[in-house]
Every structure is written in C-alpha cells, then in structure tokens.
Ligand binder design. Structure first.
Ligand SMILES: Nc1nc2c(ncn2[C@@H]2O[C@H](COP(=O)(O)OP(=O)(O)O)[C@@H](O)[C@H]2O)c(=O)[nH]1
Ligand SMILES: [Mg+2]
Length: 590
C-alpha cells in the first residue's frame, strides 16, 4: 500500500478529486458536507491500474486549519498537489508548499484540476516551476477535472508511476505511529488511527503510549481486519489497556525513541524573510503532534546561525535527525522554520559563554552517533538506539561507545591516577577498580577495566602500575624463572591453567605459588588454579562480547578452557564485580 497526502489552497478541488479517484467521500462530517469545506483529515482509498492500493489523506486547505494540514502531511512520504486551473497559485498553495519543502517531501505529482472551467496551461506551468524550485522537481504535472472526469485515467497511470518511485521503508525500523484519530468503539474499546511510515506492527505487540505499555488487540487497514501491518500503511489499532490516547500522541516501539522535552536544534527559515529574531513561543509540529515550545536562540538567529534550544510543553518521542516544523502562533498561521533535532538530551548551559560554545558545536553537528559522542563522551548502545543513531564502529566495552578523543584522554590519564594512588598509600597492593572509576568519573567499573593496558595490569581486582615482571617483586630467582616459563607456555591459551603435575615439574609448590601470587606474578582463582596476571581482565572482555546472559558452558567455550578453570574463574570475576551470577546456570557481564 502507498499513502499520499493532498495539498493545496482551499476550494481548489482536492476533496472532489479524491472522491473522483476513489469513489469515497473524504469529507465525512455532516458539517463538512453542509459547508462543502474540509475541516478534518479525510481518508479514502482505491486500487490503481497496476493493482497497487493507494490511500489518500485529504487535508483541509483553509489557513485556519494549517495545523490539521500539517498533522495529515507529517507522517506521509508523498503528496498530490492540487491547483485550480481557474484560480492559479494562491496563498495556501504557497503555505502548503513551504511546509512540504521544510518537511523534506520530495515525491509527488501536480494535478491542475477544474480544467473544465479554464485553460489549465498557465496555472500548470506556474505551479510546476514552483514545485520544482521546492525540491519536487520530478513531479509529473497533469490537467484534470474532478467534475467531468477528464484526465483521470492519465492521473491514475501517473499515480502508479509515482508509487513505483516511492522507497520501501524498512520493516525492521522502529515503529512510531502518530495518532491522527482516537475513538472508542462499543464492545471493542479504544481505537487509534494513523499513517505507519515504517516498521511493522502485529497483533499482540507491546507498544508504548506516553511512556505506558499498551498491547495491540486488533488491527484494521483500509477497513479490513489484518494481523500485521508494514509501513507505509494506513492503520487502525485497537488497544488493550486503560489508555485515553489523543491526536498528536504516538504509539512507539518501547525503548526505540527518546522521550524529549528539551532539544537542541538547527533552525532553517522556511523563507529567507521568515527569521524571527524575537521569537519566544512557537508551535512545533511533527507527525500529528503540535506542541507549544519556548525558543532559546543560542546567539542571534540568522541565516548563518540556526542554533537554538527548544523547551517543549510536553515530551515527544524523538530521534536525532527529526525535523520539527515551527509555526508562529500569532497573526496569519504560517510555517516559519524547520528545526532539525541535533540532541535530545542536551547538556546544561551554566557557564558564561556556554551558549555560544554550544552554538558552535551545533554548527558542526550532524545527526549521527559520532556527533552525539562528541557532546556526551560516553553513551550506552541502548541510549544511542533510543536517540535514533545506532552505534557504528567498535564498542570500548560491550554495550558502551565512547568519543575516540575522550577515550584516548582517559587512557592517558589512568597511569597517572594509579601512580598518584600508589604514592598516597605505598603499602596498598594496587588501586581498586572502584577508586579509579570514581577518580575518572566513569559510570561503570567495566570501563576502567577496559582502559587497563600494559604497563598497567589488573591483578586481583586492582590496577597495578609498572610491568609485573616475575623476579622484580622480590621473588627468588628460581621461582621467578619458573613463573616466566609458565606464563610463556600459556601465551596461546591463557585460560588453560596448568595441571598440578606440570606445576610440580616446574618446581612450583604451594609455598612458591603463594609467593608468586603475593608478588602479582600470578593470578590465583582457586586452590591450585593459577593464571597469568591480567587473565581476569582478558576473560571479562571476552565474556562481555557474549550474548547476555551466558552459561558456564558458553563461557568455557569462549575462553577455550576446561570446567576446572572456568567455574572458579567465573566465581573470581563475580567477586571482582565484573560478572554477576543470576541463577544456577546464568551470569551476565556487568
Ligand atoms: N467545475 C468543476 N468544479 C470543481 C472541480 N473540482 C472541484 N470543483 C468544485 O469546487 C469546489 C471546491 O471543491 P473541493 O473539492 O471541496 O475543494 P477543496 O477545498 O480543495 O477540497 C466544490 O464546489 C466542487 O464542486 C472540477 O474539476 N470542475
Ligand atoms: Mg477539501
């Protein structure tokens, strides 16, 4: 299915054309029929000659209903732009085109209708040029009449060609279904309708509405019951649960969108003359939502500086990269600007000069994970996903991404932090991970472990400075030599702890082992089970990469070792706080 919105000045024949194409009246309300005026969004559909189905969202053209028009067009990827042959380009033609250009709608067609009333040639040429200038440069232009039916077959064929040109959105995309109608059906309960732009919804799915979980009890698409719907589609969803949804709210995939009421944006004026220097309040439109918002320009807004912070009156499920349409609420309703969302959890601006600095960051920002990390330094994968910028590039630790420069800085700081700790308390055998985490201001101990590189080493859960060389730590020479041999033997399989027999052959009895462990030359995870120092950190890194939670046997395979080693090693990691035991079999990396 394809969904196409209408656009164009009031009384130019949009609803009539939709009616002629579909045989359905998009003006459903008694008042609409009495006044011959579209007030609400209308819905009608038909099959094209190819068999493809197309649904129209018919919008009102009167300037008083610009907000409703934006709610209709918001989630729809293509437009049928209607201009009356006998009237030509009019103010709301212009306003709708400005909205489409600001939203980035690039696909559509131009129907110059009421061609039975006047020669369509000049209106057609004029409108075609205006659409092309607004980015709809591939739109076909046709003269038609909704009254006589002239040109409708050509229009249907052109709609088919348009349908083929429309991109197929990913069925895997997160769902954000902006609600355009919500009502209660006796015996059925709450029903919401909307245009699903991408992703898939199935009966039984759990979605989120204003932060509350709701379940999909049933669905219809074009008045037929369906069990799953894939975008783009018109859909009516019957919800289970006590909810009272409204237009402008959205049904979303849980954890896939950031509920944001404070956003940093880059504002682009919809027309060069539409920059408002003294803006304070505007209405922000996205999807079917219209939310009052306070604008804080970060520096004077101009064609060159669009950095601003918006305080939305209520949180909206947003992604970085979303475009909000900003409308000046006073005077003639018109779209003043588009605002591209660059951050959904912007940092506080407390210092003097912070706003100016932030503006220059935003001037260079792009809607991606790398830009977000430059501001936030460290983000969980799940946060990046909710912000709409799934991580690319390697994680610094399973589940965590870092700004490369920040990470390099931390890595450079850690040896100094460890050295200072050792200087404060020379008798303490290394710096506890937790102390280093605190010192570096990191949110997770695992991140500190991931920063430990030679010459630092993780020994018995503490970070020790300087190379741990057997012999240096005051071990008798034969013991130091035996330990060095042992570590060399384990180079390829660091988790295959030597058997008692091999230890005996090397001359490493209980007393020698105890001394080596005290000196940090070996890591003891259980009686008789010793590993090279730092084996715990290496193990933790391998386990972090497993699907979580994992079992002992999965850990054993990943570490290429035996149960004899895996079990005590995991218990050791539990004690170090690197892994957590969930039940008899399962653990997860913390
Ligand atoms: N003669 C003629 N009248 C039309 C045509 N299309 C629409 N109209 C008339 O123009 C008026 C406005 O049409 P409507 O579809 O409601 O316009 P909308 O506001 O753009 O939806 C109505 O009185 C229609 O009957 C057409 O192709 N030819
Ligand atoms: Mg109408």
């Amino acid at each position: 299915m394809h969904v196409i919105a209408t656009a164009g000045h009031v009384d130019h024949g949009k609803s009539t054309l939709v009616r002629a194409l579909t045989g359905m009246d998009p003006d459903r309300l008694a008042e609409e029929r009495r006044r011959g005026l579209t007030i609400e969004l209308g819905y009608a559909w038909t099959a094209l000659p190819s068999g493809e189905r197309v649904a129209f969202v018919d919008v009102p053209g009167h300037e008083r209903f610009l907000g409703t028009m934006l709610a209709g067009v918001g989630p729809v990827p293509a437009v049928m732009f209607v201009v009356a042959a006998d009237a030509g380009w009019m103010p709301q033609s212009e306003e709708h085109l400005v909205a489409l250009r600001t939203l980035g709608v690039r696909l559509g067609l131009l129907a110059v209708t009421r061609a039975d009333l006047a020669d369509p040639a000049s209106a057609l040429e004029d409108a075609r040029a205006r659409l092309a200038a607004a980015g709809l440069d591939e739109a076909e232009a046709l003269a038609v009449s909704g009254r006589t039916g002239e040109g409708l077959d050509e229009l249907r064929a052109a709609l088919d060609r348009l349908a083929t040109a429309l991109p197929t959105p990913s069925p895997e995309a997160p769902v954000r279904l902006w609600i355009d109608r919500a009502f209660t059906v006796r015996g059925t309960g709450t029903v919401v309708t909307g245009t699903l732009p991408a992703g898939r919804v199935a009966i039984g799915d759990e979605l989120e509405l204003n932060g509350e979980r709701v379940r999909v009890r049933g669905m219809e698409s074009l008045k037929e019951p369906v069990t799953t719907v894939t975008g783009v589609a018109r859909v009516a969803v019957n919800l289970r649960g006590r909810v009272s949804p409204e237009r402008g709210q959205a049904l979303v995939t849980p954890d896939a969108w950031y509920p944001a009421d404070l956003v940093d944006v880059w504002v682009s004026p919809a027309q060069p003359d539409r920059i408002a220097e003294a803006w304070t309040w505007v209405v922000a439109h996205i999807g079917s939502a219209a939310v009052a918002c306070r604008v804080r320009p970060l520096g004077p807004l101009s064609v060159d500086n669009g950095a601003a912070r918006l305080h939305l009156a209520r949180p909206l499920p947003l992604h970085v990269g979303d475009v909000l349409l900003l409308r000046d609420p006073g005077g003639v309703p018109r779209v003043t600007a588009g605002a591209t969302v660059l951050d959904v959890r912007p940092p506080e601006l407390r210092r003097r000069g912070a706003a100016r600095d932030r503006a220059s960051v935003l001037a260079d920002a792009t809607a991606d994970a790398a830009s977000l990390l430059r501001t936030h330094l460290l983000l969980r994968d799940s946060e990046l996903v909710a912000m709409g910028c799934p991580p690319r590039g390697p994680a610094v630790l399973a589940g965590w991404h870092a700004d490369p420069e920040h990470w390099a800085g931390l890595s450079a700081r850690l040896p100094e932090v460890v050295r200072r700790h050792a200087a404060r308390d020379p008798l303490e055998p290394g710096m506890p991970l937790e102390a280093a985490r605190h010192e570096l201001g990191l949110p997770d101990r695992g991140l500190v472990a991931a920063l430990v590189r030679p010459p630092l080493a993780l020994v018995n859960g503490r970070i020790v400075a300087g190379p741990v060389v057997a012999g240096r730590a005051g071990l008798p020479a034969p013991v130091a030599l035996a330990v060095r041999r042992l570590i060399a033997e384990l180079a390829d399989s660091p988790f295959l702890a030597p058997e008692a027999g091999r230890l005996a052959e090397l001359g490493l009895g209980p007393r020698e082992l105890a001394a080596a462990v005290r000196a940090g030359a070996l890591l003891r995870v259980a009686d008789g089970v010793v590993l090279p120092p730092g084996a715990d950190a290496r193990a933790a890194a391998l386990l972090a990469a497993l699907p979580q939670p994992f079992t002992v046997s999965q850990a054993r395979t990943a570490l290429r070792t035996s149960r004899r080693v895996a079990v005590p090693l995991l218990e050791h990691l539990d004690r170090e706080g690197l892994t957590e035991r969930l039940d008899e079999i399962h653990r997860r990396f913390r």
